[in-house]
Design a protein around this ligand. Structure first.
Ligand code: PLP
Length: 473
């Protein structure tokens, strides 16, 4: 394809996209393909000669959409939504055309300066204190890795970067068992070692117990470990549990530990002032991860890491060889020095488009609706025969079990989940909570309507009835 043909094919792609979005709710949410089915439709070897775009596009239409799980489907209630408001899709199109590599201010002045401004717009939208700066990462996993590397180096007075971890005191990091597995991964990547991620017990509301945290740190110091930091969670992935920041950050401060807060999903909801009680004390954190690509509506990928003071992270990750010097431009921000990869996409544009095309009030209303509809769905599911809620709504996430008499509830719930996703009208996923296999239900898809949520309840009732041994279905 030649550059001159770009408009024709971009227009065709946009037309395809508009039709896809208009008809999305008629598709099954989860891909109904079997493993290997798509691969079998592709040639084993790459083409030696160019193929025409007509054929390529036709193959895309034939093979790809039916082989996808549709994340923008309004009845996507699985995992956490990865949203894409149409305005942010348009921004991503523009980003892909400019295809800039935004590693330095000089390689992308507009991208850098819009990123700085968008991080600050987001800070204001969330009600975070002035002083927090930040950077847009690809994912919360990366933000968590950056947070852990920074706490490691700060605790070692930056000796780890210079001489490695051998011969250094054994580091310890503390978190609740409700933190996401990306925290475990970060600890492994940072060379701290899984067994040095201390999972501190939680209390009856699955929040990290501050007194147990203090005891764990003190016991570790007595045993000659070197405590480096605490990772707190707001809106854990499994059931949406949150730590109480005020009291846990107070312990971390008293012990001189670095604090990273993972609010990847729930953070977006903090644009609603009435919900901020959930993260009271957040202004005391050193680092905070929030994914606007989850609940806010910025197209995947877009994860903001706020930093109370960027210097420790830049000292940990920044490196400036001769070929990256920005001659004469010493006062500029080079975001690659705040992050792991050198190369960076222009992610701020989609946030800029999103904020402006919707305004904060519309974004808040969507989140408030999701929470209200999740509460309505939780009550309706609890009232269905043989269903029971296992955890109540944490924002817009709750879990439930299907427990018909005479059958193991874990088995019955798993069987129902398979039936739901084979049916395709809605998509739900599972977790294990306190040994019970439960179905997670989260409402967060950008264009989801109350009817979609109510239909989900109807589908659950219908499929449960059909699965009963004496049913006619
Ligand atoms: N942290 C939390 C609380 C999450 O829920 C998730 C993913 O769902 C992650 C981190 C990882 O997010 P990402 O896919 O952006 O790496």
């Amino acid at each position: 394809m030649k550059r001159e043909d770009y408009f024709r094919w971009a227009e065709r792609a946009a037309q395809w996209g508009a039709e896809y979005l208009a008809n999305l709710s008629e598709r099954p949410v989860r891909a109904q393909t079997a493993p290997g089915e798509i691969a079998a439709m592709l040639p084993d070897t790459p083409p030696d000669e160019p193929e025409d775009m007509e054929t390529i596009f036709a193959d895309f239409e034939r093979i790809v959409p039916d082989g996808m799980t549709h994340w923008q489907h309004p009845r996507f209630f699985a995992y956490f939504s990865a949203n894409a408001a149409p305005a942010s899709m348009v921004a991503e199109n523009l980003t892909s055309v400019m295809a800039a590599q935004c590693m330095l201010w000089q390689t992308s002045p507009a991208a850098t300066e819009i990123e700085t401004r968008m991080v600050d717009w987001m800070r204001q939208a969330l009600g975070l204190r002035t002083g927090f700066q930040g950077v847009i990462q690809d994912s919360a996993t990366t933000a968590n890795v950056c947070g852990v590397l920074t706490m490691r180096e700060r605790a070692l007075a930056w000796r780890g970067n210079d001489s490695g971890l051998a011969g250094q005191p054994q580091l310890r990091v503390y978190a609740s068992p409700e933190t996401h597995s990306s925290v475990d991964k970060a600890i492994r990547i940072a060379g701290i070692g899984q067994q040095n991620l201390v999972k501190v017990p939680t209390d009856g509301s699955w929040a990290l117990d501050a007194e147990a945290l203090r005891e764990a740190i003190e016991a570790d110091r007595a045993a000659r470990y070197l405590p480096a930091g605490v990772i707190l969670c707001i809106g854990g992935t499994s059931i949406g549990a949150s730590d109480r920041l005020q009291e846990t950050i107070a312990v971390a401060r008293e012990q001189d530990l670095y604090v990273h807060v993972d609010a990847a999903w729930a953070g977006s909801a903090m644009i609603c002032p009435e919900l901020r009680e959930l993260w009271e004390g957040i202004d005391g954190a050193d680092s905070i991860a929030i994914n606007p690509h989850k609940w806010l509506g910025a197209q995947f990928d877009c994860s903001i890491q706020f930093l109370a003071d960027p210097k420790p992270q830049v000292r940990t990750l920044g490196i400036r060889p001769e070929y990256l010097q920005t001659l004469g431009q010493t006062e500029v921000t080079n975001y690659s020095e705040w992050t792991i990869p050198l190369g960076r996409r222009f992610r701020a544009l989609k946030l800029w488009f999103l904020f402006r095309a919707h305004g904060l009030e519309d974004l808040r209303q969507r989140i408030r609706n999701h929470i209200a509809w999740a509460e309505e769905a939780a009550a309706a599911i609890a009232a269905l025969e043989d269903f029971r809620l296992v955890t109540k709504c944490h924002l817009s996430l709750f879990t439930f079990q299907y427990a018909p008499p005479g059958e193991d509830a874990n088995d019955a719930t798993e069987r129902l989940l398979q039936a739901i996703n084979d049916d395709g009208r809605i998509y739900l996923t599972q977790t294990v909570h306190e040994g019970q296999f439960v179905i997670r239900f989260q409402v967060g898809q950008f264009d989801c309507r109350r009817e979609d949520v109510l239909l989900a309840v109807e589908v659950l009732g219908e499929l449960a009835t059909a699965s009963r041994p004496n049913s006619q279905g």
